[in-house]
Ligand binder design. Structure first.
Ligand SMILES: [Zn+2]
Ligand SMILES: [Zn+2]
Length: 188
């Protein structure tokens, strides 16, 4: 779906759509989006630019950075952009210098700028990019996730292990290996 800027010149344009995004569409395709992204929003002419406000709702699948378990999460993502017509209608506004009479509730520096190509906004592309940007760098299944034991590798959310839990000083790690080898040769 494409939003035509001209359709918002006479009054705010409201729209809603369900956009299918497949894993293959994403560069970070560990974040599968099963099904569709529900999006709705409005496009308002603020002169000379437009204000695009939208809200994306979908479910994404992530892998916990601590315990490596896949989990799913509902996303409800409000977004706003200043949209400039990318054609030769006039000079594009300088970065961060929004119309002081438009969008009072939003600080111009908070808004990303979107350039409309041929007077239209490609919603599929916008949604796909936002879904990608919204993949956390270090996803965690739960803020209290205890992760894997760095020594024996068990998932500490599910079972306790007998490791001391004390971090081995890396300067002693070599000695530790020697000790284990000696212990192995004595028993074996
Ligand atoms: Zn976890
Ligand atoms: Zn352990």
């Amino acid at each position: 779906m494409h939003l035509q800027l001209d359709q918002a010149r006479s009054g705010p344009l409201r729209w809603s759509d369900a956009i299918g995004v497949a894993a293959a569409d994403l560069r970070r395709n560990e974040a599968l989006v099963p099904g569709t992204v529900d999006c709705e929003g409005s496009l308002t002419f603020t002169g000379p630019d437009f204000l695009l406000q939208t809200r994306l709702r979908y479910r994404h699948r992530l892998r916990c950075d601590r315990c490596l378990t896949p989990y799913e999460e509902d996303v409800d993502l409000p977004l706003a952009f200043v949209v400039t017509a990318g054609d030769a209608d006039g000079p594009a506004t300088a970065d961060g210098e929004g119309d002081p009479h438009g969008a009072r509730e939003l600080e111009p520096e908070d808004l990303s700028t979107l350039v409309a190509v041929d007077g239209a906004i490609d919603l599929f592309r916008l949604v796909r990019e936002q879904v990608e940007l919204n993949v956390p760098m270090k996803p965690t299944c739960d803020p209290a996730c205890r992760g894997l034991c760095p020594q024996c590798g068990v998932d500490r959310n599910r079972e306790a292990c007998t490791c001391s839990g004390e971090r081995v000083d890396p300067r002693w790690a070599g000695l530790e290996a020697v000790r284990e080898r000696l212990a192995g040769s004595l028993t074996g």
